[in-house]
Design a protein around this ligand. Structure first.
Ligand SMILES: *[C@@H]1O[C@H](CO)[C@@H](O)[C@H](O)[C@H]1NC(C)=O
Length: 321
């Protein structure tokens, strides 16, 4: 009896020992796996791009952009037209705090940005922006009397990278700003002009009408952003956009279309307007982008709302295109 119970007790010890070892191995594995996973994620955040190699290194940049645009195109159906829900009571426009009606015209309310936002944007010349702007106005004006703001066609731009933005302000002295501008100029010298084509127009759930572009040749936006990140080491870690995106905003809808159906039909009506714009301008003509701008925006959304700003323009000087 004694020996039997001793044997059982030994076996119990052996079992509990094995269990402990197993548990320790299991915990180690879980910890290792989590750290490994975190390390992977960190490295993909720290090195968002080196040319075509990205955090999704098996996906080419053009494909990554197309998937992003697919997702953005679903935003209006997924989230509904939020810009219509804010202000059902009166002129919904007035409820948006960045616009007002002055002499019957939509007028932006300029608010000082403190500190000024410092944005790097690619510039789309009026040669390409004016025909787009005309088409946008032709299709949307008749339906959005006084509840639409059109982007100034002299200021069509693609946001690339912020040295400071409203979410993570990075104050800078005049000397530091000069140094940033010099660094950006050096980046521009290495960039090749982009030949691009309008992939599609999208209306977001917040009412922004966006042009989403694909790159035919030239330096990819992923690479441009990576170079700017290196050149501007103090810039906010978290930027505002997906590094693959190449988009311009065409207009902002601020309220209900006139004499349009309500409910789900209204959403369909909006889709139809976007579709007819797409039919007119999508894929129509290649555009060439050959300037990088370093912009100090003294007013909130100065580039979008014709606010006060200081622009430094740098040509893209690589000669391979
Ligand atoms: C559009 O932008 C240009 C260039 O900044 C400016 O001269 C013009 O006044 C702006 N147009 C409007 C309507 O604000």
């Amino acid at each position: 009896m004694e020996t039997a119970s001793a044997r059982i007790s030994t076996r119990c010890h052996w079992w509990s020992h094995t269990k402990t070892v197993t548990l320790i191995w299991f915990i180690s594995f879980v910890l290792f796996y989590s750290f490994f996973h975190m390390a992977l994620q960190n490295s993909s955040q720290n090195y968002p791009s080196s040319g075509g190699i990205t955090s999704h290194s098996h996906i080419p940049n053009g494909e990554r952009r197309a998937r992003l645009y697919d997702k953005m195109a679903r935003d209006l159906d997924d989230h509904g037209a939020a810009f219509l829900k804010q202000g059902e009571t009166s002129q919904s426009l007035l409820l948006s705090d960045i616009f007002t009606l002055k002499d019957g015209a939509v007028t932006p309310v300029h608010k000082a940005a403190n500190p000024p936002v410092r944005a790097n944007v690619l510039y789309l010349s009026p040669k390409y922006s004016v025909p787009i702007s005309d088409a946008v106005k032709r299709i949307f004006s008749p339906h959005f009397d006084k509840v639409i703001w059109f982007q100034n066609s002299s200021l069509y731009h693609f946001s690339m990278f912020h040295a400071s933005h409203h979410i993570s302000p990075v104050p800078a002295t005049e000397d530091e700003i000069e140094a940033e501008a010099t660094a950006v100029r050096a980046v521009a010298e290495d960039l090749c002009p982009l030949k691009i084509v309008l992939d599609r127009v999208i209306l977001t759930s917040t009412g922004v009408l966006l042009g989403c572009w694909q790159v035919i040749s030239g330096t990819d936006p992923m690479t441009i952003r990576a170079k700017l990140r290196t050149a501007l080491p103090n810039a906010p870690e978290k930027q505002l956009y997906d590094p693959a995106i190449l988009h311009t905003s065409f207009a902002r809808l601020l309220g209900h279309p006139r004499a349009s159906p309500t409910g789900p039909h209204q959403l369909r009506f909006l889709h139809e307007l976007v579709e007819s714009l797409n039919n007119q301008i999508r894929g129509s003509e290649e555009a060439v982008v050959s300037e990088l701008w370093y912009v100090e925006e003294y007013d909130v959304l100065a580039l979008a709302l014709d606010g006060r700003m200081k622009v430094r323009k740098f040509p893209l000087e690589c000669s391979s295109v």
